[in-house]
Design a protein around this ligand. Structure first.
Ligand SMILES: *Cc1c(COP(=O)(O)O)cnc(C)c1O
Length: 408
C-alpha cells in the first residue's frame, strides 16, 4: 500500500456494509427525506427499495413522527426486564390480535437477525424442555436469514457468507415437494425445526415459489413433530400481497422485522404459538427462555410500531399492494430483452433477473440520473416500493428499469 492509499484508509470512519471499502463507490449523501423521496444536495430520487424494504408508509409520516416525539417527551427507553410499559403491552397485544392462529406470545428484539436467532433458540429448547434430542434444521437453498452466525448457518447465501463455509447440521433443499418429502423421510425425526422465508426469498435472489410447497411442509412438520418457522422479516406486513404468508399456512413461530415499525426504528419480534409457549411455561426455572436484548421493547420502537400498524389497517394497505402488483404487471406485461432471464412480480416486489450480473453494472448511477434510488445485487434488479407510491411514481420506477434494458 502506498502512502496515499494508507492515508485514505486511515481516514475512513464508517465501515459500510457489504462493501470492499477500498473500492466502494461514494454513497449518496442524504440530507432530507419525505414520502417516497430521498434528497441529496442536488437531486431528488424515489426510494424504489424502501430503505431495505422497511419504509412502507414513506418518510416523514407526520403521525409516526408525532407519536415518536410524544413518547420521547415521556421516556425513550426503559429495559423490559422487571419493568414494563404501556407501549410494549399495547403493541404485543395488537400484534397478537393481528397475527393469525395462536401466534400470541411476542418476544421483542432489536433486529431481524436476532429475531431469527431467538426463533431457532426457542425451537431447539422446545425439544430440550420436552427431553427429546433433535439436532438438525431443515432449510432452503438460496435462503437468507441474517448475518449472525446461526442465521448464516441456516441461510444459504454464498453471495454474502462465502468467507464462512463450514460443516453444519443444516439440510438445504430446493422448493420442490419431492425433495421436501425425501428430507423428511430420511431425517424427519432429527429436525427440531424447518425454517423458511415463505413464498418470497429476498436477499438470496428474489426467488418466488408456490404455496403448495408450504402446505406440504406444514403437513410433514405435523407428521414428524417438527416446528415450522416462518421468517417473515421481509415478507410480513403485506410485501407478498398477503398480510402475512402465515395467513395462508400457519407456522409455529413467526419472525417479524423490517416493516414492523414502518421503518422508523430498528426493531423485530419473534412470535410463538400457544403450543410452543406452553413448553417453556413451567414450575421449573430451567425451562425459561434465557435471552434478553438490552433494547427489546424500546419505547420509541413500540410507539412507531403501534402507529404503523394503525396506518396499515386504516389506509387499507392490502388494497394498495394489490394495485401495485396489478399495475406493475400491466407495465411489464410482454416485456422482453435477450439479456433478461425472467421477470417476477409478487405483491409489492418486482424482480428482473438478468442472465449476467455484469449487465447491471452502472445501473445504480443510471437510476440516480433518472431520479430513482435502486440497489441491484448479483444478477437481480428489483423494486420493493413504499406502499404510498402513486401510479406516476411507480411508472417512473418501472420505465427507468426498462430504459436500462432498452439501451443494452
Ligand atoms: C433482512 C432480513 C433478515 C435480517 O434482518 P436484520 O434486521 O437486517 O438483522 C432476516 N431475515 C430476512 C428474511 C430478511 O430479509
Amino acid at each position: 500500500m502506498n502512502e496515499q492509499e494508507f492515508e485514505k484508509m486511515k481516514n475512513q470512519r464508517i465501515w459500510y456494509p457489504y462493501a470492499q471499502m477500498k473500492h466502494m463507490k461514494t454513497p449518496y449523501h442524504i440530507v432530507d427525506a419525505n414520502g417516497v423521496y430521498l434528497y441529496t444536495d442536488d437531486n431528488k430520487m424515489i426510494d424504489s427499495i424502501s430503505s431495505w424494504w422497511c419504509m412502507i408508509h414513506g418518510y416523514k409520516n407526520p403521525e409516526i413522527t408525532d407519536a415518536i416525539k410524544a413518547q420521547a417527551e415521556k421516556f425513550s427507553h426503559v429495559m423490559l426486564c422487571n419493568l414494563s410499559h404501556d407501549g410494549a403491552v399495547e403493541f404485543a397485544e395488537k400484534l397478537a390480535d393481528f397475527l393469525p392462529g395462536t401466534l400470541n406470545h411476542v418476544f421483542f428484539s432489536d433486529s431481524g437477525s436476532v429475531s431469527v436467532e431467538v426463533a431457532l433458540k426457542i425451537a431447539m429448547q422446545y425439544y430440550i424442555n420436552k427431553k427429546q434430542r433433535r439436532e438438525k434444521v431443515l432449510s432452503l437453498k438460496n435462503s437468507y436469514h441474517g448475518d449472525t452466525f446461526k442465521t448464516m448457518e441456516v441461510g444459504d447465501s454464498s453471495e454474502y457468507h462465502f468467507a464462512f463455509k463450514q460443516k453444519t447440521n443444516v439440510d438445504h433443499i430446493n422448493t420442490n415437494i419431492e425433495e421436501l418429502e425425501d428430507a423428511f423421510k430420511n431425517h424427519g425425526e432429527e429436525y427440531y425445526c424447518m425454517i423458511v422465508e415463505p413464498l418470497l426469498q429476498g436477499a438470496g435472489g428474489m426467488k418466488m415459489y408456490d404455496i403448495s410447497f408450504l402446505k406440504r411442509a406444514r403437513e410433514l412438520c405435523d407428521e414428524y413433530g417438527v416446528l415450522l418457522i416462518f421468517d417473515e422479516v421481509a415478507t410480513g406486513f403485506g410485501r407478498t400481497g398477503n398480510r402475512f404468508v402465515s395467513d395462508l399456512v400457519l407456522p409455529d413461530i413467526v419472525c417479524l422485522g423490517k416493516a414492523l415499525t414502518g421503518g422508523y426504528i430498528g426493531h423485530a419480534a419473534t412470535v410463538a404459538s400457544d403450543k410452543v409457549y406452553e413448553a417453556f411455561y413451567s414450575d421449573e426455572s430451567g425451562k425459561a427462555l434465557m435471552h434478553g436484548p438490552t433494547f427489546m421493547g424500546n419505547a420509541l420502537a413500540m410507539t412507531a410500531g403501534i402507529k404503523s400498524l394503525e396506518i396499515f389497517k386504516r389506509e387499507n394497505c392490502m388494497k394498495k399492494i394489490s394495485h401495485i402488483e396489478e399495475f406493475s404487471k400491466k407495465l411489464l406485461s410482454g416485456y422482453k430483452n435477450p439479456k433478461i432471464k425472467e421477470i417476477r412480480i409478487m405483491g409489492g416486489c418486482i424482480a428482473v433477473e438478468a442472465n449476467n450480473p455484469a449487465d447491471l453494472t452502472g445501473y445504480q448511477d443510471f437510476a440516480y440520473k433518472n431520479g430513482i434510488f435502486a440497489r441491484p445485487f448479483s444478477n437481480i434488479m428489483y423494486a420493493m416500493v413504499p406502499y404510498i407510491i402513486t401510479d406516476t411514481e411507480l411508472t417512473q420506477v418501472i420505465e427507468t428499469m426498462k430504459a436500462w434494458w432498452n439501451k443494452q
